[in-house]
Write a protein that binds this ligand. Structure first.
Ligand code: NAD
Length: 239
């Protein structure tokens, strides 16, 4: 146990992109630490959410879905924006480019905007999910990299804008994490070999690795941290 198991007791959390993969691990971790968690996804997911987590379906790229979602959401302490897609190889098509931006970047902005008034009374916090591609280019993923670069910059700008309300806004930038999103890379030795050889800690990350860093940013231990983009990458960025 890395945190006191009641560190988020009576806290209310909303996690998007949380019905599988990294988001589900974050939702489960916050719940295990005492939070009341609502997990949002396109569907009910793959069964990896713990029974105590409430599930809602919404598409973060649709303003109407966000309006409907927030109609029944009261005050919040924690918002995690984890909804994200990648369309490797197809993102040079402007229509696909727009779709990826709409989910990863504009979707994050929509949820932050809707959540601000819910977070303000509790001096809550936001954690956005960035990426190594917030820092690097990717020839097959121009939309994903643009969106995640945008998420990093958005995080800094909202940290400045929301500080007046006592709301902290940070991001984590996961390295290569074993989830359905990266299954094709994990299965291809010509792709996974170079990834592992450049990762100093020598393994794929796990959703739990990311969840622990998100939890930290939401605890009082991070009370003086805002506008940070925290890599969780086994050292990939500095190698
Ligand atoms: P995943 O594909 O396993 O899960 C994605 C989740 O997002 C699902 O719950 C899905 O329902 C939801 N989602 C997708 N589109 C949505 C939409 N329009 N509205 C609402 N929910 C939507 O992905 P993952 O690997 O767990 O990635 C989660 C986040 O972490 C993404 O933002 C991704 O960019 C980021 N990330 C992942 C890695 C990695 O290596 N897996 C690395 C860096 C960043």
């Amino acid at each position: 146990m890395t945190f006191s198991k009641d560190v988020f007791q009576d806290k209310r959390a909303l996690v998007t992109g949380a019905t599988q993969g990294i988001g589900a691990a974050i939702a489960n971790r916050l719940a295990a630490l005492g939070a009341h968690v609502t997990a949002v996804g396109l569907d009910h997911g793959d069964g990896s959410l713990d029974p105590g987590v409430q599930v809602r379906t919404a598409d973060v790229s649709r303003g109407q879905d966000i309006d409907t979602l927030f109609q029944d959401i009261g005050e919040l302490d924690i918002v995690v924006n984890c909804a994200g897609i990648i369309r490797r190889g197809a993102e040079h098509d402007p229509a696909v480019f727009e779709q990826v931006l709409a989910v990863n970047l504009t979707g994050t902005m929509r949820v932050c905007t809707a959540a601000r008034e819910r977070l303000k009374p509790r001096s809550g916090c936001i954690v956005n999910i960035a990426s190594m591609l917030s820092f690097f280019g990717g020839s097959l993923v121009p939309a994903y990299s643009a969106s995640k670069g945008g998420v990093a910059q958005l995080t800094k700008s909202l940290a400045l804008a929301y500080a007046v309300d006592g709301i902290r806004v940070n991001a984590v930038a996961p390295g290569w994490i074993a989830t359905p999103l990266t299954q094709a890379l994990q299965d291809d030795p010509t792709r996974s070999g170079p990834i592992l050889s450049r990762t100093p800690l020598g393994r794929w990350g796990t959703p739990k690795d990311v969840a622990e860093a998100v939890a930290f940013l939401c605890t009082p231990a991070a009370a003086f941290m805002t506008g940070v983009i925290l890599p969780v990458d086994g050292g990939y960025l500095v190698a």
